[in-house]
Design a protein around this ligand. Structure first.
Ligand SMILES: [Zn+2]
Length: 182
Protein backbone atom coordinates (compact mmCIF):
# COMPACT_ATOMS: atom_id res chain seq x y z
CA UNK A 1 0.00 0.00 0.00
CA UNK A 2 1.12 3.57 -0.62
CA UNK A 3 1.66 5.73 2.46
CA UNK A 4 -1.27 8.07 2.85
CA UNK A 5 0.33 11.03 4.61
CA UNK A 6 1.70 13.54 2.15
CA UNK A 7 4.70 14.14 4.39
CA UNK A 8 5.63 10.48 4.29
CA UNK A 9 4.98 10.44 0.56
CA UNK A 10 7.37 13.28 -0.18
CA UNK A 11 10.06 11.75 2.00
CA UNK A 12 9.75 8.50 0.08
CA UNK A 13 12.11 8.15 -2.85
CA UNK A 14 10.46 8.02 -6.27
CA UNK A 15 12.52 4.93 -7.02
CA UNK A 16 10.61 3.07 -4.30
CA UNK A 17 7.36 3.42 -6.23
CA UNK A 18 6.35 1.37 -9.23
CA UNK A 19 4.86 4.37 -11.01
CA UNK A 20 5.52 7.96 -9.96
CA UNK A 21 5.11 11.37 -11.55
CA UNK A 22 7.26 14.33 -12.55
CA UNK A 23 4.52 16.76 -11.51
CA UNK A 24 1.30 16.72 -9.51
CA UNK A 25 -0.99 17.35 -12.52
CA UNK A 26 0.14 14.08 -14.11
CA UNK A 27 -1.50 12.10 -11.30
CA UNK A 28 -4.92 13.27 -12.52
CA UNK A 29 -3.99 12.58 -16.16
CA UNK A 30 -2.92 9.07 -15.11
CA UNK A 31 -6.44 8.45 -13.75
CA UNK A 32 -7.93 9.82 -16.98
CA UNK A 33 -5.64 7.57 -19.04
CA UNK A 34 -7.16 4.61 -17.24
CA UNK A 35 -10.55 5.62 -18.67
CA UNK A 36 -9.29 6.63 -22.12
CA UNK A 37 -6.75 3.90 -22.90
CA UNK A 38 -6.64 0.96 -20.49
CA UNK A 39 -4.26 -0.90 -22.80
CA UNK A 40 -1.60 1.80 -22.41
CA UNK A 41 -2.32 2.18 -18.69
CA UNK A 42 -1.76 -1.55 -18.21
CA UNK A 43 1.39 -1.40 -20.33
CA UNK A 44 2.94 1.27 -18.10
CA UNK A 45 2.17 -0.76 -14.99
CA UNK A 46 3.58 -3.78 -16.77
CA UNK A 47 6.89 -2.11 -17.61
CA UNK A 48 7.07 -0.78 -14.04
CA UNK A 49 6.91 -4.39 -12.81
CA UNK A 50 9.69 -5.25 -15.24
CA UNK A 51 12.01 -2.43 -14.12
CA UNK A 52 11.19 -3.01 -10.45
CA UNK A 53 11.98 -6.71 -10.65
CA UNK A 54 15.00 -6.50 -12.91
CA UNK A 55 16.52 -3.09 -12.09
CA UNK A 56 15.15 -2.45 -8.57
CA UNK A 57 13.60 0.88 -9.55
CA UNK A 58 10.24 2.07 -10.79
CA UNK A 59 9.31 4.39 -13.65
CA UNK A 60 8.64 8.14 -13.58
CA UNK A 61 6.00 9.51 -15.95
CA UNK A 62 7.03 12.87 -17.40
CA UNK A 63 4.24 13.45 -19.93
CA UNK A 64 0.85 11.99 -20.82
CA UNK A 65 -1.62 14.32 -22.53
CA UNK A 66 -0.55 17.14 -24.84
CA UNK A 67 -2.80 19.87 -26.25
CA UNK A 68 -2.49 21.20 -29.82
CA UNK A 69 -0.93 24.39 -28.43
CA UNK A 70 1.66 22.43 -26.44
CA UNK A 71 2.47 20.40 -29.55
CA UNK A 72 3.08 23.60 -31.55
CA UNK A 73 5.26 25.09 -28.83
CA UNK A 74 7.35 21.94 -28.47
CA UNK A 75 8.22 21.83 -32.15
CA UNK A 76 8.31 25.60 -32.78
CA UNK A 77 11.98 25.50 -33.79
CA UNK A 78 11.25 23.11 -36.63
CA UNK A 79 10.40 24.29 -40.15
CA UNK A 80 7.82 21.58 -40.73
CA UNK A 81 6.60 20.59 -37.28
CA UNK A 82 4.46 17.46 -36.95
CA UNK A 83 0.87 18.63 -36.48
CA UNK A 84 -0.29 15.66 -34.49
CA UNK A 85 1.09 13.39 -31.80
CA UNK A 86 -0.21 10.27 -30.12
CA UNK A 87 0.03 12.32 -26.91
CA UNK A 88 -2.87 14.44 -28.20
CA UNK A 89 -5.04 11.31 -28.37
CA UNK A 90 -4.16 9.58 -25.05
CA UNK A 91 -2.07 7.03 -26.93
CA UNK A 92 1.40 7.97 -25.66
CA UNK A 93 3.25 8.36 -22.37
CA UNK A 94 6.80 9.61 -21.82
CA UNK A 95 8.99 8.07 -19.12
CA UNK A 96 12.17 9.48 -17.54
CA UNK A 97 15.25 7.68 -18.84
CA UNK A 98 18.10 9.31 -16.88
CA UNK A 99 17.57 6.99 -13.90
CA UNK A 100 18.53 4.00 -16.09
CA UNK A 101 21.88 2.87 -17.54
CA UNK A 102 22.40 2.52 -21.30
CA UNK A 103 21.98 -1.26 -21.05
CA UNK A 104 18.79 -0.88 -19.01
CA UNK A 105 17.39 1.60 -21.54
CA UNK A 106 17.98 -0.90 -24.32
CA UNK A 107 16.39 -3.68 -22.22
CA UNK A 108 13.28 -1.60 -21.57
CA UNK A 109 12.76 -0.68 -25.24
CA UNK A 110 13.31 -4.30 -26.31
CA UNK A 111 10.93 -5.60 -23.65
CA UNK A 112 8.11 -3.32 -24.77
CA UNK A 113 8.60 -3.73 -28.50
CA UNK A 114 8.89 -7.51 -28.19
CA UNK A 115 5.73 -7.93 -26.15
CA UNK A 116 3.47 -5.19 -27.52
CA UNK A 117 4.29 -4.58 -31.19
CA UNK A 118 2.20 -7.61 -32.16
CA UNK A 119 -0.92 -5.96 -30.70
CA UNK A 120 -0.14 -2.31 -31.39
CA UNK A 121 -1.69 -0.07 -34.06
CA UNK A 122 0.65 2.89 -33.36
CA UNK A 123 3.26 3.53 -36.03
CA UNK A 124 6.30 5.70 -36.69
CA UNK A 125 6.39 8.22 -39.56
CA UNK A 126 7.78 5.44 -41.74
CA UNK A 127 4.65 3.36 -41.10
CA UNK A 128 6.55 0.83 -38.99
CA UNK A 129 4.81 -0.36 -35.83
CA UNK A 130 6.66 0.81 -32.72
CA UNK A 131 5.78 0.70 -29.01
CA UNK A 132 8.84 2.21 -27.33
CA UNK A 133 11.69 4.40 -28.43
CA UNK A 134 14.42 6.41 -26.73
CA UNK A 135 14.73 9.88 -28.19
CA UNK A 136 14.83 13.63 -27.67
CA UNK A 137 12.77 16.45 -29.17
CA UNK A 138 14.56 19.70 -29.99
CA UNK A 139 16.18 21.08 -26.82
CA UNK A 140 14.38 18.75 -24.42
CA UNK A 141 16.20 15.87 -22.80
CA UNK A 142 16.31 12.25 -23.85
CA UNK A 143 13.40 10.14 -22.62
CA UNK A 144 11.35 7.05 -23.42
CA UNK A 145 8.41 7.69 -25.72
CA UNK A 146 5.89 4.86 -25.33
CA UNK A 147 2.89 4.69 -27.67
CA UNK A 148 0.16 2.08 -27.66
CA UNK A 149 -3.26 1.53 -29.19
CA UNK A 150 -4.36 -2.04 -28.65
CA UNK A 151 -5.91 -4.53 -26.24
CA UNK A 152 -5.03 -4.86 -22.57
CA UNK A 153 -2.10 -7.24 -22.24
CA UNK A 154 -1.29 -8.97 -18.96
CA UNK A 155 2.11 -8.93 -17.34
CA UNK A 156 4.33 -12.01 -17.67
CA UNK A 157 3.91 -14.75 -15.09
CA UNK A 158 7.41 -14.38 -13.66
CA UNK A 159 6.52 -11.03 -12.09
CA UNK A 160 3.48 -12.34 -10.22
CA UNK A 161 5.56 -12.92 -7.09
CA UNK A 162 5.88 -9.16 -6.57
CA UNK A 163 3.49 -7.44 -4.17
CA UNK A 164 0.76 -5.66 -6.07
CA UNK A 165 0.25 -2.03 -4.98
CA UNK A 166 -1.15 -1.17 -8.38
CA UNK A 167 -4.78 -0.79 -9.34
CA UNK A 168 -4.71 -2.86 -12.47
CA UNK A 169 -4.50 -6.62 -12.21
CA UNK A 170 -4.73 -8.54 -15.44
CA UNK A 171 -7.28 -11.29 -15.66
CA UNK A 172 -6.33 -14.79 -16.76
CA UNK A 173 -7.58 -13.99 -20.25
CA UNK A 174 -5.19 -11.05 -20.46
CA UNK A 175 -2.26 -13.26 -19.44
CA UNK A 176 -2.98 -15.59 -22.35
CA UNK A 177 -2.60 -12.62 -24.68
CA UNK A 178 0.88 -11.97 -23.33
CA UNK A 179 1.95 -15.62 -23.60
CA UNK A 180 1.04 -15.60 -27.27
CA UNK A 181 3.97 -13.30 -28.06
CA UNK A 182 6.40 -14.10 -25.24
ZN1 LIG B 1 6.41 11.17 -26.29
Amino acid sequence: MRLSSSLAKSAKSQADNFVSFKSKGLEQEWETLRQKNLGLYGLIENVAYFTKEKMKKGVVITMIYRTEQQQKALYSARKTPPKTSYHMDWKAVDLRSKTFTADEIEDICNYLNKHYNGFNKCVLKSGKICTALYHKIENNGFHFHVQYNGPVVGRPFQYDSLPSPLKYNPSDADKVAFEAVA
